[in-house]
Write a protein of this length. Structure first.
Length: 276
């Protein structure tokens, strides 16, 4: 019962950390002070929880838990989080904190779902199953965000076309403005990218833990990382002024088509994404 409670607390810590990364990413791209503040406090909560687990381990073993590989990974992740919080407090740099937290999140995931850790806790099968559940949930949430971006892109192109042709229909007043459609499109992509990244990190860790025969070059994994690159490139090119707003909208539409292809064809050709 105690092991199960600890496992649940660690899962909650991981989820809070994943959510904080989403807000860090929004702040990283959009200089959103509110998002940065939320991300900072979520990370602080994670740090307090992680410190509690660390102190418990020290009290049980009477030493700093760094003698095994997975214990060292946990301690390393704890140091990275402490550094990220310190940098943000002292230097007011959320960018450095964002990159440190991405690395720390990867190591924390490896620690929590490491095979050795799962065998010792006695709730390994449950944790692995829930890791898969969280991975799929985050993947679906990212697809939902990208779908929203697709809808706003279509609305943007529709409004742009009506304005260009000066066609004022009775439904025109019910359509969003170009600015609102662009804001919705970008906000959806801002959300979708970090959520998909978190899903991929968790998915790779699940495959490493649960599968004996898999490869990181699986068609679904490669396709998902390519989607991350496509959406990231779209945002970068638009923010740097190298892509016009209409081209950005069309790029978002094409990227969504790639998501559909990756979801259905990628799942069919994948070696282990047979449940999708």
């Amino acid at each position: 019962m105690v092991d199960l409670t600890m496992a649940r607390l660690q899962e909650l810590m991981l989820i809070l950390y994943a959510v904080s990364l989403i807000f860090y990413f929004v702040d990283f791209l959009n200089k959103d002070t509110r998002a940065q503040r939320i991300a900072f406090w979520l990370t602080a909560i994670v740090f307090v929880m992680q410190t509690g687990f660390l102190l418990q381990a020290i009290l049980e073993t009477k030493q700093l838990p760094v003698l095994s590989l997975y214990e060292g990974i946990y301690f390393f992740a704890w140091i990275l989080i402490a550094l990220s919080l310190g940098i943000q407090v002292v230097y007011r740099s959320s960018y450095a904190g964002f990159f440190l937290n991405v690395i720390a999140f990867c190591f924390m995931t490896i620690h929590i779902f490491a095979p050795t850790q799962l065998n010792e806790t006695g709730v390994g099968d449950s944790l692995v199953s829930e890791l898969l559940f969280i991975h799929i949930t985050f993947a679906i949430l990212s697809y939902a965000a990208f779908t929203m971006a697709f809808v706003f892109a279509i609305l943007y192109l529709l409004v742009y076309n009506l304005l260009k042709k000066k066609k004022w229909t009775s439904q025109f007043s019910r359509l969003p403005s170009l600015q609102h459609a662009m804001t919705g499109m970008k906000s959806s992509i801002y959300t979708g990218i970090p959520v998909l990244l978190v899903s991929l990190i968790l998915g790779i860790q699940w495959a490493y833990t649960a599968l004996s025969d898999w490869t990181v070059f699986d068609i679904k994994i490669v396709g998902s990382f390519l989607l991350l690159l496509v959406y990231s490139a779209l945002l970068f090119l638009n923010r740097s002024g190298k892509v016009k707003s209409t081209d950005f909208a069309w790029g978002t539409v094409i990227a969504f088509v790639l998501i559909i292809i990756n979801f259905f064809l990628g799942s069919k050709l994948s070696q282990f994404h047979f449940w999708l």
